[in-house]
Design a protein around this ligand. Structure first.
Ligand code: ADP
Ligand code: MG
Length: 244
């Protein structure tokens, strides 16, 4: 299994190293045009962002401004019209279609507003499922899933189904699932959109602790209380984003 590596000579070393924090994600001139019938919608226009390892980056903007599109492009769930996404040294926009599911699994963790857990599986099974494609033996997969859930305070919820869990607990299961493959980046699209303020605060605290341990996280949010805990806030309007 080989994915195209970013050719070394194209990378300016000093762009990639700053205070020992290497750039883990580089978005270059990224654009996306959807067609609604024959009408083109420029959902994202020439976005360029540089993200360093361990950043907790908030992305804010009005509804329809292109936030979810940005995450979908970085997460390889949508194809860019133009531009590149380089994640952990891999040019995602150059990865052949048939290798994308694997790269996605190994490099990217997703957290959604509506948790997207599998309703028929327990918390443990939901997390273990995301490891099932790896070469890790079943016993070890279960141990790793259990350890992650315990770390997120769900040690007593392992065999609960999503319907038996609160919204906040379901979101923590989904965070454990996102973490299972040790992804280079976690992409969270309005992860606190459906929970009360106390639960929101606990999710934000989890994100902060993870980022302090070096986990890079991008979080789309409308909530200023979430944004103010992030290391940086990017604003997006009409598909135009300014890195800062
Ligand atoms: P946000 O997440 O900031 O609310 P989106 O990225 O979902 O914004 O949408 C940006 C723009 O792209 C909107 O005008 C939306 O209608 C349009 N759009 C998003 N997804 C699609 C799609 N699959 N097909 C057509 N248009 C889309
Ligand atoms: Mg959205």
């Amino acid at each position: 299994f080989k994915v195209p590596k970013e050719p070394g000579k194209e990378v300016d070393k000093k762009d990639w190293i700053n205070k020992d924090q290497r750039v883990i994600l580089q978005v270059e001139n990224l654009s996306k045009t959807y067609y609604q019938g024959k009408i083109p919608v420029n959902a994202l226009r020439c976005a360029s962002i540089t993200v360093r390892k361990g950043e907790l980056l908030a992305i804010m903007g009005p509804s329809g401004s292109g936030k979810s599109t940005l995450l979908a492009l970085i997460g390889t769930l949508e194809k860019a019209t133009e531009g590149r996404v380089i994640l952990d040294g891999i040019d995602l926009t150059a990865v052949p279609e048939k290798l994308l599911p694997r790269v996605r699994r190994e490099k990217i963790g997703f957290v959604f507003q509506h948790y997207n857990l599998i309703p028929t599986l327990s918390a443990l099974e939901n997390v273990e499922l995301s490891l099932r494609f790896s070469r890790v033996p079943k016993k070890e997969r279960e141990e790793r899933a259990k350890a992650l859930l315990e770390e997120l305070g769900l040690g007593d919820r392992l065999s609960h189904k999503p319907s038996e869990l609160s919204g906040g607990e379901q979101q923590r299961v989904s965070i454990a699932r996102a973490l299972a493959n040790k992804p280079a980046v976690i992409l969270a699209d309005e992860p606190t959109g459906e929970v009360d303020s106390k639960t929101r605060d606990s999710i934000v605290r989890i994100f902060k602790e993870l980022s302090e341990k070096g986990q890079t996280i991008l979080v789309v949010t409308h909530d200023p209380e979430v944004a103010k805990e992030c290391s940086r806030v990017l604003k997006i309007t009409d598909g135009i984003i300014k890195d800062n």
